[in-house]
Design a protein. Structure first.
Length: 122
């Protein structure tokens, strides 16, 4: 099902801080993905971030976050089979690292590359 439910969102500042400190990362296109295995009840918890340093205007940050969430929503099925078969649970955070405003196609391609790499490593 292609949704991004409230229960799938990573909101805990403690969990996000632990993820950034201890997580493994990879870069694909304009995105950097940080992930780690965890012990939460859901299979996947996800959050996105865009730097205020690179994008001063909130409207640009929000546009990029919307695009990243949409790319996640459309591409997360790549992870469902590996996570279901292994029984692992993960936390994921996506950062937009490019200094230019990326279009949806480049964000989606970067997201797909990152998710395929993550699926192969699980």
């Amino acid at each position: 099902m292609r949704t991004f439910a409230k229960e799938e969102r990573l909101k805990s500042s403690k969990q996000i801080e632990e993820l950034v400190k201890n997580g493994r990362s990879l870069t694909a296109g304009p995105l950097r993905m940080v992930w780690m295995e965890s012990e939460q009840p859901r299979k996947m918890l996800v959050t996105v971030a865009v730097s205020k340093r690179n994008f001063k205007r909130a409207v640009d940050r929000n546009k990029l976050k919307r695009r990243m969430r949409e790319a996640w929503r459309n591409g997360k099925q790549v992870l469902e089979l590996p996570l279901g078969s292994s029984g692992k649970k993960i936390r994921v955070m996506f950062f937009h690292v490019s200094k230019q405003l990326s279009d949806y196609a480049s964000i989606e391609s970067g997201m797909n590359i990152a998710l395929k790499k993550l699926a192969s490593s699980l």
